[in-house]
Design a protein around this ligand. Sequence first.
Ligand SMILES: [Zn+2]
Length: 167
Amino acid sequence: MPIETTHAIDPPPAESPGAVVERTRLIPAMLLGFVCRCPHCGEGKLFGRFLKVRPECEACGMKLDGHRADDFPPYIVIFLVGHIVGYLILTFEMGYDVPLWVSVTLWPGLTLGLAALLLQPVKGAVIGLQYATRMHGFQVPPPPRPGAEETRIGSGSAASAAESGRI
Ligand SMILES: [Zn+2]
């Protein structure tokens, strides 16, 4: 059974009556953001530099600079890394006779490495969440995906499209 990854939730834009713009669902959008891809089309890159989000997707033209991830990704990363490293420290320090120089170098290095590794994917996932839930700058209808046939509905509404099995 195929898994649906998109659904139509946006009203048709005023300049093109009858057009239905599909938006990626929440979990796929967050996963696309986690792998640093555009949450709308999955083809364009989300980041220009380390944490600098591109103004718009190079593949579909989706505006990406309207996100407001702010401090939420670091909060998530601190929560995750704190639990992972804290668990490892307790396990190793209680169970083994770890030399002091290992403790002094390993745990801070692991903490910094994990934080640097997770920050970009977690920020991408937060942007995917904001896109899928139409938060902040993602309230505008997304552009058609590159290569995708634009779904047109004749004189009916989204309900008639659902009846015909297109949504
Ligand atoms: Zn895109």
